[in-house]
Design a protein around this ligand. Structure first.
Ligand code: NAD
Length: 364
């Protein structure tokens, strides 16, 4: 097989290709499409790290029996406003939405709900859940950890102790755009190191720390020597990612581990796990229980406009609110296609070809 050049792929073509690929690998047609749509949507939102680049890994986990097709969440505890659910290591694109739907339904009934999801396959871009809740006028807060993925050094340390433990908060837009904050507590998400290791966008300086305590942006500190023909394995590197925001981000990462890992019963990050999976503690609050929609809409708009009206630091710059970069990127990439580096496209198209699925022709 010749190595493809960097490619721009139409989002709908890419979705169809990946849906067929996951179906050929053993997922039902519905699940294959759900996974494909979720991954492509992450690329459309500009988060290539949590998009289609994950395909070979997901397929590898499925084949190895670390991830299971077509799982239904198991209800461990149903105590009204609190539900504890076990994802049974099913695809995060399946058990994640199941947990979110249950949490939203319960919040609509009671005003508020808390859902502890344990043992979920990789949940991808957590902000997608916050967007889904916001679209139904529900405020949501999500704390996530990734047991088995010890990648991040605590503040002041040069050895890994945390996962990239993301947090997402979504506030409904009251007829306008919602405000969606969604980030990894590491300075950069692991997937961004994956993208950089495959020739994509380089990492900001100081994203990683070496075993000697020196800051760097070299992906090999996470993956060891980069071999373009092999899947990078984060267990091979000697360094660590650093947290965002110094001691504050380090504290937030620790809370994600305790809330999403320890409290849910999913397990806080550490050595000795043979799988990469997510735990997630989510809180859902029905917006309409907090007062009149018009008052909220007016105050939200006033405040968003007030924030955005701050004088930019650079001439021609602009203040954005969380969620804006993603919605702008979605509009642009839906129209023009999704750009993928040569390595990423080779790995993704090759994974489909191995299962007998023909990859789409790039649009550029
Ligand atoms: P990031 O650093 O790109 O930050 C994204 C957040 O910052 C968004 O809310 C975005 O709207 C906001 N933002 C970006 N630029 C902005 C600007 N100029 N002005 C105002 N706001 C701005 O995100 P990240 O840390 O690289 O995380 C990427 C994705 O990785 C997230 O979707 C996260 O959920 C996901 N993730 C998932 C897992 C998992 O295990 N499932 C683990 C880690 C990260």
């Amino acid at each position: 097989m010749t190595t493809p050049a960097p490619a721009v792929i139409d989002a709908a073509d890419l979705t169809n290709f990946l849906a067929d690929t996951f179906h050929a690998a053993g997922c039902s047609q519905a699940e294959g499409r759900r996974i494909a749509e979720n991954l492509v949507e992450a690329n459309l939102s500009g988060h290539d790290s949590h998009g289609v680049i994950r395909t070979p890994r997901y397929l590898g986990w499925l084949k190895a029996g670390n991830l299971f097709a077509d799982r239904e969440v198991e209800v461990v505890t149903d105590a009204g406003a609190l539900m504890i659910l076990d994802g049974g290591f099913g695809f995060g694109q399946t058990v994640g939405p199941q947990a979110v739907c249950r949490g939203m339904d319960r919040a609509k009934e009671l005003g508020v709900s808390v859902v502890a999801l344990r043992h979920a396959g990789h949940l991808g871009r957590i902000g997608a859940f916050a967007e889904r809740a916001a679209a139904e006028n529900i405020v949501s807060v999500h704390f996530v950890n990734v047991a088995g993925s010890v990648l991040v050094a605590p503040f002041g340390g040069s050895e890994r102790r945390f996962s990239t433990a993301p947090v997402a908060i979504g506030v409904p837009g009251a007829g306008g755009a919602p405000v969606i904050l969604d980030f990894a507590t590491s300075l950069v998400a692991e997937g961004k190191v994956l993208v950089a290791s495959k020739g994509g966008k380089p990492l900001p300086e100081g994203s990683l720390v070496g075993p000697d305590g020196k800051m760097s942006n070299d992906p090999s500190l996470l993956y060891g020597k980069i071999d373009p023909t092999a899947q990078p394995n984060s267990r091979n590197g000697e360094g660590a990612l650093v947290t965002m925001g110094g001691h504050k981000g380090s504290g937030l990462a620790m809370m994600c581990e305790l809330l999403a890992g320890a409290l849910t019963g999913s397990g806080a990050t550490g050595p000795g796990y043979d799988r990469i999976y997510n735990g997630m503690l989510s809180i859902y609050m029905c917006r309409d229980r907090f007062g009149a929609e018009d008052d909220y809409a007016q105050e939200l708009r006033r405040y968003v406009d007030y924030v955005k009206s701050a004088k930019p630091t650079v001439e021609g710059g602009e203040v954005l609110v969380p969620g804006e970069p993603e919605s702008r990127m979605r509009a642009q990439r839906t129209a023009n296609g999704i750009p993928l580096s040569a390595d990423a496209w080779a790995a993704i198209s090759g994974a489909g070809q191995d299962l007998g699925i023909t990859p789409p022709q790039p649009v550029a």
